[in-house]
Ligand binder design. Sequence first.
Ligand code: HEM
Length: 465
Amino acid sequence: MAAPDHGSGSRRFGVAPGALPLVGHAWELLRDPLAFAARLPSYGDLVEVRLGPARAYVPCHPELLSRVLRDGRTFDKGGPFYDRARGVLGGGVGTCRDAEHRRQRRLLQPAFSAAHLERYSAVMAAQFTALSEGWRDGQVIDAYPVLYEAAMRTVLGSLFATRAGTAAVETVHRSVETILDHLFRRMFLPGPLQRVPTAANRRFDAELDALNRSVAAVIADYRRAGEDHGDLLSTMLATRRQDDGGLSDTEIAEQVLTMLVAGGDPVASTLSWALWLLAGHPAAAERIRRESETVLGGQPVRGTDAERLGYTGRVVTETLRLYPPGWLFTRVTSAPVELAGRTLPAGATVLFMAPVLHRQAALYPEPRRFDPDRWLPERAAGLPHGAFAAFGGGARQCLGNAYATIEAVLALSIILGRWKVRCAAGTDARPAAMATNLRPRRLLLRLTRVPAAEPPTPSPPGRTT
Ligand code: HEM
């Protein structure tokens, strides 16, 4: 049988030069992922790179990436990275194979309905309001850790609405920290070494156990109470009432871990990069402040406010273009397939790297420039499908994309409505490439309080700056 053709037409295949003995391009990739990504398209539309001794293929053309992301059966989640992530996180919706994915996604999708998002946005607003009200004028904050804590508490509050702060949920929180710490190491550690009973490995196994026991305790508690709290856990438990079999307790524990790992880090990274960009672009920060005053001014924040914070939304999208936290994901071909005129064998690794698309001058004029208004509908209309891939695409597109966007928009509006931010000495904004995200190495921000606004005048619906 002929291999299916995926855009072989006029697309060019190329090989990235400069692979080092033993490590290939891995060192360059980890040292400066954005510079590496920006170079790749000059070698072709599909580019072969080396990760250690193994070959991998990077789609650098939006059409090719779209095809890879949309054909989850041929380009399945797998390979050493996902196999190891599965060893840590289990086979939840983010790590499972294509054959299992449709069922899990269908069961989880209702937890991200508009009505649920509205409830989660109350948690988001409460977390980021409390955070920004706790700061003092002139204070210097280490941004990533505090934003991470607020993002993590937001996911915990969305998962376990009425049990947030209880001992079981605090154990879940603490365990996820340790698990995340180890995830990156485990992803790169040769398989046999992961089972050596070092102190770190033992601690990791103990935390995974503690997390599973705590989630089981919260599930038992929810069952006894038999209530729908309108949160993520209630929606997962409600799947059990469906005829075709819902999520088992073990599967629910895996989804909880998936949401916590997928939902904290990337939001904190996005907010850190956004604040860093805004510290260097005070006029954009001032536009956000004015928009915040007009739209939110003194009123309780609602999820639907995010739609009316149009400029802030464009800042979030532009931040995700320049610094997509999900910078590297893998797929493995389940059968031979033709891509850009090459036949990739079954088992070939394909790398999905959003920064490769996001920094191409052919797609984004002056690609290094921070220009939120490039996302005005009339200017963004001509972008080809697949050109913006911060949330992935196809059936595996980020399940939390609307959640994350609302959270980032509300958080920026709340923070910049109250504070002016400037970078303080000691900031090192070079990107640190982690397993689950790309974040600034150290972002220290000096805060200056914005003088209190005049009493608000209600704005007409749909108004943006
Ligand atoms: C700005 C923040 C975020 C970014 C940039 C982001 C990015 C991504 C990307 C690129 C993927 C696809 C990975 C792949 O194709 O291999 C993904 C998947 C996923 N994300 Fe997000 N994410 C964010 C926030 C969130 C949040 C807040 C949640 C949950 C509350 C979440 C839950 C998930 C889940 C469950 C998946 C797996 C979906 C599936 O395979 O069906 N994400 N995310």
